[in-house]
Write a protein that binds this ligand. Structure first.
Ligand code: GLN
Length: 277
């Protein structure tokens, strides 16, 4: 089949932009190059792969899983169904945390990413900061395999721990960052999310707060005296999550909204003179 014929097949099943984007990715060309090769015959194997992937997208597989990767904070991360697809909101958690590390911590700093999934958060921090050691932790071996591949591919020298939150952790950290599962077990979520993304990475118990409680339980044992805890939260969880950390002496808790104006991040600063915010 020619490029034109394939696009026409794609368009008959999925959105034109997606049909073209998918083919461009499989042919390793950009959008303009694709349109300049409409008459070109495409290798049978690629034709087959394209048609299969078009039908997967038509059947409501997230396009990121079908393509197999996603851009997060300027780097390409491999994803599969063992890991959550990194979201735009989480880039804001990374952005704010980078700002705070630069502002309040003399380097070197050691950072742990709890429930790393694809490794998007921890690897992004490692890529942006000189002289930090980063540990990626996940309960799922399959997720750790993905994060290992991403670290290799992106040349990020990080460590890995398989653990249910703090269980197998022995060090103490300056910065603890996490986007834990926080959806309530009975919460209605989009079909495309519920039917495809790992429930282990989505659901946080009856009130969605189980993993924040686990983080709180081991926090003082695994954080240095001065620390920053950076958490992504569900948009209705701000007060509940703040309440979990209120009792720690010498802390300042800052909540931030994402670009859509939803409560999305909680930063717990301990023994840090927080200016502004
Ligand atoms: N933000 C994700 C969603 O809306 C949930 C991620 C999580 O539970 N940490 O699907």
């Amino acid at each position: 089949m020619t490029v034109e014929e394939l696009i026409s097949f794609g368009k008959s099943h999925i959105h034109k932009t997606q049909a073209e984007m998918l083919l461009a990715i499989l042919l390793d060309v950009n959008a303009l190059e694709l349109l300049l090769m409409l008459d070109k015959k495409v290798d049978d194997k690629i034709c087959e792969e394209y048609q299969e992937k078009v039908l997967l997208i038509k059947n409501n597989e997230p396009i990121q899983y079908v393509i197999g990767n996603v851009n997060f904070y300027g780097n390409i991360f491999k994803v599969n169904k063992s890991v959550l697809i990194p979201r735009f909101e989480t880039e804001e958690l990374v952005e704010n945390t980078l700002k705070y590390i630069k502002k309040y911590f003399p380097l070197p700093v050691n950072i742990i990413d709890l429930g790393t999934g694809s490794g998007a958060i921890g690897i992004s921090l490692k890529k942006k900061l000189e002289n930090v050691s980063v540990t990626l932790l996940d309960i799922s071996e399959k997720a750790l395999d993905v994060s290992r591949e991403n670290a290799n591919e992106l040349h990020a020298d990080v460590s890995f721990i398989q653990s249910d939150m703090w269980e197998n952790v022995s060090d103490k950290y300056d910065v603890i960052i996490s986007n834990p599962p926080y959806i309530r077990n009975d919460e209605e979520i989009e079909d495309i999310v519920r039917n495809n993304e790992p429930h282990l990475a989505l659901y946080g118990g009856v009130d969605g707060l189980d993993l924040y409680r686990k983080i709180r339980d081991g926090l003082l044992e695994h954080a240095k005296d001065k620390f920053l805890l950076a958490l992504e939260i569900g948009d209705l969880q701000k007060n509940d999550v703040i309440n979990l950390f209120r009792d720690i002496p010498n802390t300042i808790i800052v909540a931030k909204r994402d670009m859509q104006g939803r409560d999305r991040m909680i930063f717990v600063f301990r023994n840090i003179d927080v200016i502004e915010e």
